[in-house]
Design a protein. Structure first.
Length: 267
């Protein structure tokens, strides 16, 4: 067994693939920055497309580094670059459309992962910026459904309540149940059962995601960077749940939960 095999956090990742994919992504950033291929047309903002591509790369590198077993500290700068990239997209679109900065974190999965990582990396200072990226400048495009709203309220209890009972994807209803069972019903035992069920369904729930089954063709592609339910891990940490029953799930990032708990309770 090599050191890489021992340290990796997901069994699909090989050292050869990791090095190849990391190099591919790192080399892509200056190419996108310098490229003159991103020109505006009547409908599309080239500069926004440039930064969308760069943001995807930073996000991929963040996931790849976590999956490879690298230290959690290495994720901090990458996470901030992801947020910076989203902001540059939004700014470019605002200039192009002569409008307020629009929402650019488009999907529920993306939003919950960003929010989850902000909690898990102890970057609550970024929530104001993330809120604008989800809802647009001046709430010009409200992207919050019930679960996203609950996540924002876990950071700030004064965050306004809206879209109660409305979900963009019903699969996230169990996460709402997890939060309510802890904060309202004071029942952590049932909450962890709901989280266990959520993780059991998590991969198939994301079957339409671009990354789904990306591990099946590592020889010809560089799209697999790891499958992680960071939103579930964030709830374990925030609600102080006993996660031992969740360690069996391939997609549960237990290491980052332990890391943030150690930061808060070093002794």
């Amino acid at each position: 067994m090599t050191d890489f095999t021992a340290q990796r956090r997901q069994l699909f990742l090989t050292e050869e693939y990791y090095l190849k994919t990391k190099e591919y992504n790192v080399e892509g950033i200056p190419l996108y920055l310098k490229s003159d291929a991103f020109e505006d047309d009547g409908y599309n903002c080239g500069e926004a497309s440039r930064w969308q591509s760069i943001t995807w790369i930073y996000d991929a590198l963040l996931y790849l580094n976590y999956t490879a077993g690298n230290s959690i500290e290495e994720l901090h700068s990458l996470f901030e670059k992801v947020i910076d990239g989203y902001e540059k997209q939004s700014e470019a679109l605002a200039i192009f459309h002569k409008s307020k900065k629009p929402s650019v974190i488009a999907t529920q999965n993306e939003t919950l992962n960003i929010l989850g990582l902000a909690f898990l990396l102890n970057r609550k200072d970024l929530f104001t910026r993330i809120h604008v990226l989800v809802n647009g400048e001046g709430e010009s495009h409200t992207g919050e459904d019930e679960i996203i709203n609950k996540f924002f309220r876990l950071n700030d209890a004064s965050h306004p309540i809206f879209n109660e009972g409305n979900l963009f994807a019903l699969g996230y209803a169990k996460l709402c149940d997890v939060i309510d069972h802890v904060l309202v019903k004071k029942d952590k035992e049932t909450a962890i059962k709901y989280l266990d069920e959520y993780l059991a369904d998590w991969y198939q729930m994301n079957k339409n995601a671009l990354w789904f089954n990306s591990h099946l063709d590592l020889e010809n592609k560089v799209s697999y960077v790891g499958y992680w339910a960071f939103e579930a891990a964030a709830l374990v940490y925030l609600l102080d749940l006993d996660d031992r029953s969740l360690h069996k799930h391939l997609f549960y990032p237990k290491d980052i939960v332990q890391w943030i708990r150690n930061q808060k309770n070093p002794n």
